[in-house]
Design a protein around this ligand. Structure first.
Ligand code: ZN
Length: 408
């Protein structure tokens, strides 16, 4: 380990970007997969890292974490961290990724929290997830040094019963819940199966894809599918159906997802605010929006009072067809807004081309704007309209419009 850290120190002294060294005790497959890893979140580029993802391994009072979990989960997390980091680079946000709590030996610091009930009671569903989160928060209240941010990634071992086993894992919470998210562990959940056309390779694709996708939800990401040109060139968006492709087939992050990660508490940056997600003193109460239908696409513009959004950092726009509810939004097509100041207004524009929207159904549509401040506080502005009577070059009449504070 000494070699690893003196290498890092040397690299930072001379300011040279090097591939990240992999700990000696990692598996050969992990070393192979991380060989082209890039150095992330370096002090030169992001300053001091203030917040890190809380990684919790949660077990019932009758179970232990599964064998070799520290190495297996560490390797998988570093693999996923590299994916996020490389996609941030590709989308122009620098060599930044989720900051993980690290141990001196190069493993991720995984906090084991034991629930008050047997494992069988922590089933898939909101109630059991809520109970586990309450117990995790009680743990953090007793061990505040282990709580390094407002984002917690919870991993539970598979249920073991007539339905679930180490070779057919499941039965525990597996979803995002606000800034927390849940994934699962089983004995062969191991990077050695990455990309293998074997039963364990396919099993890993399913659960590692879910691991990376649910983690995205826990890092504030909503679903989105990507524009057809990106899907053709880059594969499947992680926050679309990428949970079914990650680690086996081409998978990518959309520019809009990376814009959200740009203002995520555990993605370090120079000038990283301390008061992440804190409500501003003055709330945004007015968005004036206009949408013009042009050549089968849309020119979108929103205007907001400058003093209400002086800290504006990112705006994403999404277009989707109904229904407009969570988990029916995998097809939302994402766009990034361009921000400028004009008079006393913040003006954000975006152009949605007809070919970008080709996968959506005709009929009704919704445009949503995710309006994000520098500390990640977020508003959502939605308009709905009917496509039937739209005329080229004309403003689009809204059938519904709303503005609210949003966690997504
Ligand atoms: Zn999802």
């Amino acid at each position: 380990m000494r070699t690893m850290f003196s290498f890092c120190a040397l690299a930072s002294l001379v300011g040279v970007a090097v591939a990240v060294p992999v700990p000696e005790h990692f598996s050969e497959r992990a070393k192979e997969l991380l060989r082209d890893g890039i150095e992330l979140n370096t002090p030169e580029e992001v300053g001091q890292v203030k917040h890190r993802l809380n990684v919790v391994y949660f077990v019932g009072n009758d179970r232990e974490p599964l064998a070799d979990y520290e190495r297996r989960i560490s390797e998988l997390l570093l693999y996923v961290q590299q994916f996020y980091g490389k996609e941030m680079v590709r989308n122009g946000f620098g060599r930044r990724s989720l900051a993980l709590p690290m141990l001196p030996n190069g493993n991720v610091e995984i906090t084991v929290v034991r629930g008050s009930a047997p494992m069988a009671e922590y089933t898939y569903g909101g109630a059991a997830a809520g109970r586990a989160l309450r117990e995790i928060n009680e743990f953090f209240a007793r061990h505040p040094e282990r709580k390094r941010s407002q984002h917690t990634f919870v991993i539970m071992p598979t249920q073991l019963n007539e339905e679930y086993s180490q070779d057919n894992p499941g039965g525990v919470p597996f979803f995002g819940l606000g800034r927390d998210c849940f994934a699962l562990d089983y004995l062969e959940f191991d990077v050695k199966h990455v990309g293998q056309d074997t039963p364990y390779g396919h099993l890993l694709k399913k659960w590692l894809g879910g691991f990376a996708h649910e983690l995205g939800h826990g890092l504030n990401l909503p679903h989105n599918k990507g524009i057809p040109a990106d899907n053709a060139a880059l594969g499947t968006a992680l926050m679309g159906a990428g949970n079914y492709t990650f680690s086996m087939e081409p998978t990518y992050m959309t520019p809009a997802s990376c814009a959200i990660l740009d203002v995520c508490e555990v993605f370090p940056s120079v000038d990283h605010p301390d008061n992440f997600y804190a409500k501003p003193e003055v709330l945004l109460d007015k968005v004036e929006g206009s949408v013009v239908y042009r050549h089968g696409g849309f020119d979108v513009e929103i205007r907001m009072p400058l003093e209400q959004v002086a800290d504006l950092k990112q705006v994403n726009f999404y277009m989707q067809d109904p229904p407009y509810v969570v988990n029916r939004d995998y097809d939302a097509v994402p766009f990034r807004g361009t921000i400028s100041k004009k008079d006393n207004q913040m003006v954000v524009t975006c152009s949605m081309r007809a070919e970008d929207l080709a996968d959506l159904k005709e009929g009704e549509r919704q445009i949503s704007a995710a309006i994000m401040l520098r500390n990640g506080f977020r508003y959502r502005w939605d308009v709905e309209f009917k496509m039937d009577a739209l005329q080229d070059g004309q403003p689009v009449p809204f059938s519904k419009e709303s503005l609210r504070v949003s966690s997504y």
